[in-house]
Design a protein around this ligand. Structure first.
Ligand SMILES: Cc1cc2nc3c(=O)[nH]c(=O)nc-3n(C[C@H](O)[C@H](O)[C@H](O)COP(=O)(O)O)c2cc1C
Length: 169
């Protein structure tokens, strides 16, 4: 059962767990794909709670999210779904139906078209308010050499958190 929570009720656990991976799921038209993310932030801007995710141009997810109006983030907090996170973080939805192949089960969201991934603990439904491709000329040299030696930059998607839930036993 999912209990509705305030967007930042569990942000400390969320930010810790994010390093190990969470599922960024997008539905665009008939296409649904999920990929593992390890970077992101939760904040409060434009008088609204916002989840910011970073998607490199090379990802299949980029093709979807750039035309979509929403996304979800599903976060395992207890180390579960490790194999699924590794799979969805190494295979591309261009080549394989990752949800079918990994046996992940989708759950309908309440407010957005993109679904949630069953079996996680924390969920965020987000409506995209702003997107911004990185400007490499404004990037710190250290970060550029450490994270972008292949010129595969990120696009940042800022989604208004319209619903957030915690799984209850
Ligand atoms: C732990 C982990 C964290 C990751 N974080 C991100 C991320 O924040 N942004 C990103 O673009 N790719 C990230 N990736 C890589 C993508 O998940 C990976 O390239 C995936 O295969 C892309 O799938 P897609 O082509 O179906 O979109 C991460 C991978 C792992 C294993």
């Amino acid at each position: 059962m999912l209990k509705e929570i305030n967007y930042n009720d569990h942000s400390k656990e969320m930010l810790e767990a994010l390093k190990a991976g969470a599922f960024l799921t997008v539905k665009q038209g008939p296409r649904i794909n999920t990929m593992t993310i390890g970077w992101g932030s939760i904040g409060y801007v434009w008088n609204m709670p916002v989840f910011m995710v970073m998607v490199r141009y090379s990802r299949y997810t980029y093709e979807l999210i750039d035309k979509a109006s929403d996304f979800t983030v599903s976060v395992p907090l207890h180390g579960q779904l490790k194999g699924e996170l590794a799979f969805c973080g190494s295979k591309s939805g261009r080549d394989v139906d990752k949800i079918a192949e990994s046996g992940l089960i989708l759950k309908d969201s309440k407010e957005v078209a993109s679904p949630l991934i069953d079996g996680c603990d924390l969920y965020f439904e987000c409506k995209i308010m702003y997107k911004q491709g990185m400007d490499k000329d404004k990037l710190n040299d250290f970060v550029k050499s450490k994270c972008y030696s292949d010129d595969d930059y990120h696009v940042m998607y800022f989604g208004k958190i319209v619903k957030s839930y915690l799984k209850q036993d």
